[in-house]
Write a protein that binds this ligand. Structure first.
Ligand code: G16
Length: 551
């Protein structure tokens, strides 16, 4: 059996999915991501790896085909571990190895994995749950994944076009024997909308809060899926949807979507420019969310991942206090170096919630958040969620059963228990996060300007520099300092020292072939000067190509 399987695996590899690209790729921040035309053999091999991983973990594994915020011609793939986490780091090296090995060495690498990981159950037929975004290249790449899964003897389960967080949700539902929910799209919408409608109650508007929102679907899967969500909401939230072009229009993420809005700090195309109206954007696979509005003078105001995080952490703190369990349940927030300094000050000093800083990438944030009973994590780009550990859930449920709670404590406990079901704990989820933000704004009776009033962001700027080889930049201290090229950090320090409240760091992107620059300072002018100077020095010392970016 094994021999036959091996023959199929390698024959397929050589004949249908030969390795066509010479240069290596590595499993980065969000798996493999590059031009779709270079990915067929990688997809096939990820199908093989997913089955090995599933046998090793004795669990269902997910494969998501997406390049999320990247332009439409790119694509990518990431593996989802049994409890919805990103692929465990020790296996990233296998992913990179299996993707880069020549066709004639593929067999050796597979044997190495089986041997080193001591995978015994090679005859098992584990389920591999596969999803894809709306990119035109996704169907043929999905076919390559299925062939890999089948060749290795696994059972591919095709979920078709879904959001990345939906795929994570399905994996967790399957691995918890449906305790987390039904592993179907319908089950997903039902879980979220039932909980949302329950928490919201009869009163649809409250104080300055009105229950309608303008929604930018980035011309991607987030647009397709929100239509089903709307049915489940049954009018409790009125979502006015924009940017839902047909598949293959080339407009995915183009001048719209969460990444565009956040990086350009600009209003997306396609939405009506109605002043003081609450708007939100998701990205190409609907795992990021940002809010924003235009004021009467047409000025753009952004509520990014930091704002969402502070809103959620502040509200959870408030409600926890009302349950009477604030002392028993440790609440914490996880950010990355991209978090605006003003948000970190606000969380630490005003909200008094402990904050941790980790490198970019959901895997780092998610793991750190699990150290708290209730861990809120968000990247400034709008990628995040809340995780409740099993003990916290049990404590809340037990407390609710007891008869010794005051009315206020009981109401708050029941509310918090329902809120847990609005949240997709398996990974950051734009749709679920939107329902959570709406729940909180409704509870507070706030319009978007009241939300914004909590603190004032320091002006900030994101730039990209293209270099010959982005791996020449390596970082330390949760990416806040760079260790190579030698001398670069000293130069950045000198530049930063010139600006009041200045802060800047550089890091190689894990999803695009660029180096990213972040800068913030007390004024917009200083911030832009700081960003330009740092971009220039990176260009000079790290082998920049073309000319440094202009602001
Ligand atoms: C992915 C990751 C995020 C990360 C983003 C940008 O997001 O999941 O954690 O912040 O890429 O990463 P980098 O700066 O390394 O390119 P997405 O939404 O594109 O999957």
């Amino acid at each position: 059996n094994n021999k036959l399987r091996c023959r199929t695996v390698y024959a397929f590899a050589r004949e249908m999915y030969p390795k066509t690209v010479k240069c290596d790729i590595s499993y980065g921040t969000a798996g493999f991501r590059t031009r779709a035309t270079d990915l067929e053999y990688v997809m096939y091999r990820m199908g093989l790896l997913a089955v090995l991983r599933a046998r090793f973990k004795k669990a269902v594994i997910g494969v998501m085909i997406t390049a999320s915020h990247n332009p439409e011609p790119d694509n990518g793939v990431k593996l989802v571990d049994p409890m919805g986490e990103m692929l465990e780091q020790s296996w990233e090296k296998w992913a990179t190895k299996i993707a880069n090995v020549t066709d004639d060495k593929l067999e050796n690498v597979i044997h190495d994995i089986i041997k080193e990981c001591d995978i015994q159950n090679m005859n098992d037929r584990p389920e591999i749950v596969v999803g894809k975004d709306t990119r035109p290249s996704s169907p043929s790449l999905a076919k390559a994944v299925f062939d890999g899964v089948l060749a290795m003897g696994g059972k591919p389960i095709d979920y078709g076009i879904v959001t990345t967080p939906q795929l994570h949700y399905f994996v967790v539902c399957k691995n918890t024997n449906r305790a987390y929910g039904q592993p179907t799209e319908e089950g997903y919408y039902r879980k979220l909308t039932n909980a949302f409608n329950k928490v919201r109650g009869e009163k649809l508007n409250n104080g300055n809060y009105t229950n309608s929102i303008l929604y930018d679907g980035a011309n991607g899967v987030g647009a397709k899926k929100v239509k089903y969500l709307k049915e489940g909401l049954a009018g409790s939230l009125l979502i006015d949807m924009y940017n839902d072009e047909i598949i293959g229009s080339g407009k995915l993420n183009y001048l719209c979507g969460a990444d565009f809005v956040k990086t350009q700090q600009a209003f997306p195309t396609g939405l009506p420019r109605t002043p003081n109206t609450r708007c939100c954007s998701v990205d190409g696979d609907a795992d990021r969310l940002v809010y924003y509005y235009l004021d009467e003078s047409g000025k753009f105001h952004l509520m990014d991942g930091d704002r969402i995080a502070t809103l959620i952490a502040g509200y959870l703190k408030e409600i926890l206090e009302k349950t009477g369990m604030a002392q028993k349940l440790k609440l914490g927030l996880v950010q990355t170096a991209y978090a605006n300094g003003a948000s970190t000050d606000y969380i630490t000093n005003k909200l008094q919630v402990p904050v941790a800083c980790v490198p970019t990438g959901v895997k780092w944030l998610h793991h750190k958040a699990l150290e708290y009973d209730i861990g809120v994590y968000f990247e400034a780009n709008g990628h995040g969620t809340v995780v409740f550990n099993a003990e916290a859930k049990e404590k809340l449920r037990n407390a609710f059963q007891l008869n010794n709670l005051t009315r206020e404590q009981k109401d708050a406990t029941s509310r918090l228990i329902n809120i847990i079901d609005i949240i997709n704990e398996t990974v950051g989820d734009a749709i679920s996060d939107m329902l959570l933000v709406e729940t909180i704004l409704h509870a507070k009776g706030w319009d978007i300007t009241q939300w914004e009033a909590a603190y004032a962001d320091l002006p900030n700027r994101l730039l990209k520099v293209t270099v010959q080889d982005r791996t020449v930049i390596s970082t330390t201290d949760a990416e806040r300092k760079c260790s190579t090229p030698v001398g670069l950090q000293e130069e950045i320090d000198k530049i930063v020292a010139k600006y009041s409240k200045g802060r800047s760091f550089v890091r190689p992107s894990g999803t695009e072939d660029v180096v990213r620059i972040y800068a913030e300072a007390a004024t917009r002018q200083d911030c832009d000067k700081l960003a330009s100077e740092v971009a220039k020095i990176v260009h000079e010392l790290a082998g920049g190509t073309g000319s440094p970016p202009e602001i």
